[in-house]
Design a protein around this ligand. Structure first.
Ligand code: PHE
Length: 445
């Protein structure tokens, strides 16, 4: 994407932003968090946060981008020189997320090869996945493959192509998710899982539910890391901003919801409702789904296509992460793009290696009792993003005032949720962010 160019149509913008938003966060991370943090109650908290909080933050970031026409570092500097550091802080988040994102991307690559080579029966045992991520060379090779493909696309700059492919593949992903979810629901014992997933059980509510849902919201919607600011800077002035944000949210949340429908009922079906099984965390998608596919007629093809789509969703997100890092460096320094791409690729590879080994030889090495990958996930989602969101809300709510944003939204139409927006950005975001930060730091999560 060249600076000052813009998306040709509103739908192009929505799809590109959705391509960044819809990724492993929706398909891999959301279901395991929902399973872990109380099912229906997590879903409810997440939905409420998405339409209030997520909405307000996304409107803010896209408006900042469109108004200033700059990517994140320069945008914050332009709004108020005292807040320049905030741009740098936001820019640091993708740098932390990208390497470990590639580790999980590598796991998807591995599972795709499992289906290509017809080993899906072996892959159904929990040990299979454990042995794979616990080994040394194989996950690193897979992560290198994933990283290499991502870097290649960023280097060639084929965003236009990706936009075209997204238009076709995103709807396919939705259809397949509906198909798989419907199938999961037919498994014996799945209905209990469905109830757990959609019916809020208020006795399972805790501050942890809110913290986990909030972290997931940032992650899933690519918020608080400057990505939406950059995308906003490419948006046309006459495209309806509020409507676009709603569309992106609906897209992102539907895929997350459907992924939960594929996985959680199946967890119940295969474990007989064992609560332990719900706590499995990051491994859920790689252990439960292969079991679903193996038990299905034509499961081989279904699994194959499914992992191709997951890989695609992961790649579009990874590309947006890497593109952001590369463009931040390209904006600052006079270095050729291919050199930057190569440097970012090597640097991310080196940082990703310990995250990968954290499940194997480095399993005993923990940081604040967390595995290395979990630590990077925690520090970005639970510490840095809340800080960026908090300071952005202070900047908009109290320094330049919410009118700064609502004026920009109104350039392209009426701002229907203006009142709600003002209250959320001024009061609710700051208060919640402080609560999240304090509880994260006190080790609640
Ligand atoms: N939102 C993406 C997902 O859900 C992850 C991501 C985070 C992408 C940050 C870009 C930037 O997988």
């Amino acid at each position: 994407m060249e600076k000052k160019s813009s998306f040709s149509s509103r739908i192009g913008f929505v799809l590109a932003a959705a391509g960044s938003a819809v990724g492993l966060g929706n398909i891999w991370r959301f279901p395991y968090l929902a399973a872990k943090y109380g099912g229906g109650i997590f879903l409810l908290v997440y939905l409420i946060l998405a339409v209030t909080f997520g909405f307000a933050l996304m409107v803010t970031e896209i408006s900042i981008g469109r108004k200033t026409g700059k990517s994140v570092i320069d945008a914050y500097k332009l709004i108020d020189g005292r807040f320049s550091f905030l741009g740098y802080l936001a820019a640091l988040v993708p740098i932390i997320i990208f390497p470990y994102y590639c580790v999980i991307g590598g796991w998807v690559v591995k599972f795709l090869t499992v289906y290509i080579t017809g080993q899906e029966h072996e892959a159904t045992s929990p040990e299979y996945f454990g042995n794979f991520i616990g080994s040394t060379a194989e996950p690193i090779i897979c992560l290198a493959v994933f990283l290499f493909i991502t870097a290649l696309v960023v280097l060639l700059g084929v965003e236009k192509g990706i936009e075209k492919v997204s238009k076709f593949l995103m709807p396919v992903l939705i259809c397949m998710s509906i198909g798989t979810a419907a199938y999961s629901l037919l498994l014996d014992g799945a209905v209990e899982g469905l109830v757990y997933y959609v019916k809020p059980n208020f006795s399972l509510f805790s501050i942890k539910t809110v913290i986990a849902a909030m972290g997931q919201l940032f992650y899933s919607m690519s918020l608080a890391m400057g990505i939406m600011v950059t995308y906003g800077s490419y948006m046309q002035k006459n495209d309806d901003l509020e409507k676009s944000v709603r569309n992106i949210e609906i897209f992102d949340t539907s895929i997350a919801f459907l992924s939960g429908m594929m996985i959680i009922p199946a967890v119940f079906a295969f474990s007989g409702g064992d609560p332990e099984a719900l706590q499995k965390g990051p491994t859920l998608m790689f252990v439960t789904l292969p079991n679903v596919f193996v038990s299905m007629n034509g499961g081989h093809i279904f699994g194959l296509v499914f992992f191709i789509l997951v890989l695609f969703a992961a790649l579009t997100s990874a590309i947006s992460l890497m593109e952001t890092i590369v463009s931040i460096i390209a904006d600052r320094f006079k270095i050729k793009r291919p050199v930057i791409c190569l440097a970012v690729m090597l640097f991310s590879f080196l940082i990703a290696i310990p995250s990968s080994l954290g499940y194997g030889v480095l399993a005993d090495f923990t940081i604040f009792k967390m595995q290395i990958l979990d630590f990077f996930d925690f520090i970005s989602n639970n510490i840095m993003m809340p800080i960026v969101a908090l300071l952005t809300a202070v900047l908009i709510g109290f320094v330049v005032k919410p009118k700064y944003i609502s004026d920009e939204v109104e350039v392209s139409g009426k701002f229907k949720s203006k009142k709600m927006y003002n209250v959320i950005i001024k009061y609710i975001v700051p208060v919640c962010m402080v609560i999240i930060l304090v509880s994260s730091i006190l080790g609640y999560v």
